[in-house]
Design a protein around this ligand. Structure first.
Ligand code: BG6
Length: 486
């Protein structure tokens, strides 16, 4: 099968940090169909050779084992790389792109739009005007798709006018992570958890996506975005869907997406009380991470000196349906937190009547570790080692521990590698449908409105901590605590 993959934003950060290295991994693993072209599109005046040289040079900043090990390895891969110069805001600049694609009629054309969000509508419209939306074509849209509900709807309307839904691949790279796919496998490949996966047995669920990194070189973009739009509206809510959805009738894209959509539709709407008590936003100040001093958010390049943008969000959501009524789902995400850690903690209810001396609180826990380790822990109670003569048996915590990195090896397919291959092959399962995205925007919109009118602004937290203390207070009001504070 021949394919042309066009990277709009071909010289941008995402392209050289994530997309091209992911394609290189697929090339290395022999999974990238032979006879393909990867065509970078950007505003810089480059030709194929200079684009290849640029990518080769940028590879030095990619993780060691993801770089080409020898010049010949890069050269073989680089044969696939091409470049077209275009200013995507100008209609006439689409002609060379069309010409490049028409020089050979590839079986599949994948248009990957990784540009500034403001360009989405013009790009989509110009592609259609240039006739680059035929049956062979798929379009991949990076997040964030919009800035709020109205802008999201406007983008979707333009996309719908120009492409049919089955041509549209809305990416959320969390869905491509092996650990997240494993979550689906865990829930729907095993009968074991299903009877326990409900309000009668589960006390609460915590979703944590903590980053050590700050805003890096994306200060100007991030300052317009914030953690709610950057992480909660998409990645965190997709994880929540994977946890809370009903078993789909099969593994087809729409069966899975239908079930995820129902979860998003069942999220309890915000009220003035929950907006006040069930959300905490924070912003990092200077601190220390891994023994190194790091600046505060407002001192990052590209960030406004009095910025009110949140770099941390903790919130409590509830799903109003039979399975989950009354079970809090806590989401917590932030930059410059104490460590990089993405995990889901399912806290089960305690035994209804204990005949032993046992520790208090939620002792049975399923911890699904997403990154940096990919693993699973099941926390149980066992008999404590008996010392001396005692008639009462006391219990002690123990855990079953699965390490998927060790079990399946380090060479697992990365998120972007998987998703790019899926887009080339036309598999939509791990992509997000427009109604899901719209529903997610609809749910976060009241938070955005509330913050716009809330003079208090985000609460400060020192870089290298777990966020503002108000987030611990929020969960403590329910009688729970964050997993790492247990
Ligand atoms: C991106 C966000 O979608 O996800 C970034 O825009 C964030 O701000 C990144 O750093 C986190 O992804 P990962 O795969 O490193 O957890």
């Amino acid at each position: 099968m021949s394919f042309d993959l066009v990277l709009f934003g071909g010289t941008g950060d995402l392209a050289w940090r994530k997309l091209v290295p992911a394609l290189f991994q697929a090339f290395r693993h022999g999974t990238l169909p032979a006879g393909g072209r990867i065509i970078g599109v950007g505003r810089d005046t480059l030709d194929d050779d200079r684009y290849r040289a640029l990518i080769q040079e940028r590879f030095h900043q990619v993780e060691g084992d993801k770089r080409p090990q020898a010049a010949q390895e890069f050269e073989r891969f680089a044969q696939m790389l091409h470049y077209v110069r275009a200013d995507l805001s100008k209609a006439e600049d689409y002609a060379p792109i069309r010409e490049c694609l028409h020089t050979r009629q590839a079986d599949t054309v994948v248009l990957y739009v990784a540009t500034a969000p403001a360009l989405f509508i013009p790009v989509v419209e110009q592609l259609a005007a240039a006739g680059l939306n035929d049956e062979r074509t798929r379009i991949v849209l990076e997040k964030p798709l919009g800035h709020d509900l109205p802008s999201h709807r406007a983008i979707n309307a333009a996309v719908r006018r120009c492409f049919s839904e089955r041509q549209v691949f809305r990416i959320d790279h969390y869905l491509g992570k092996p650990s997240v796919q494993n979550l689906f496998a865990l829930r729907f490949g095993n009968a074991l958890f299903e009877p326990l996966w409900r309000r009668e047995t589960i006390a609460n669920i915590q979703i944590l996506i903590a980053e050590e990194l700050g805003v890096e070189k994306r200060g100007a973009f991030y300052d317009q975005t914030g953690a709610l739009r950057d992480m909660v509206q998409n990645h965190a809510l997709q994880l929540l869907c994977a946890l809370a959805m009903e078993p789909p009738i099969n593994a087809h894209a729409d069966a899975i997406r239908d079930e995820k959509l129902k979860v998003l539709r069942s999220l309890k709407s915000w009220t003035p009380q929950t907006l006040e008590n069930h959300v905490v936003r924070g912003q990092y100040t200077a601190g220390r991470i891994g023994g190194i001093d790091v600046p505060g958010y407002r001192d990052e390049s590209g960030v406004q000196p009095h910025s009110g943008t949140e770099t941390f969000v903790a919130l409590r959501a509830e799903i109003a349906n039979w399975r989950w009524a009354g079970v809090p789902f806590y989401i917590r995400t932030g930059k410059r937190l104490a460590q990089r850690d993405a995990r889901i903690v399912v806290n089960f209810r305690p035994a209804p009547h204990s005949i032993f001396q046992s520790p208090v609180g939620c002792v049975n826990q399923l911890v699904i570790k997403l990154q940096p380790q990919d693993g699973l822990e099941l926390h149980l109670l066992s008999q404590a080692e008996a010392r001396g003569q005692s008639s009462t048996i006391s219990l002690a915590p123990v855990q079953l521990d699965l390490d998927f990195d060790k079990r399946f090896g380090a060479g697992r397919v990365g998120a972007y590698e998987r998703l790019l291959l899926d887009a080339i092959d036309g598999r939509l399962n791990l992509f997000v449908r427009s109604d899901e995205q719209e529903e997610a925007w609809q749910w976060v919109e009241p938070l955005l409105d509330h913050w716009r009118n809330d003079a208090q602004g985000p609460r400060p937290y020192a870089a290298g901590t777990w966020g503002p203390s108000a987030s611990s207070a929020m969960i403590a009001r329910d009688g729970h605590c964050w997993n790492e504070e247990a």
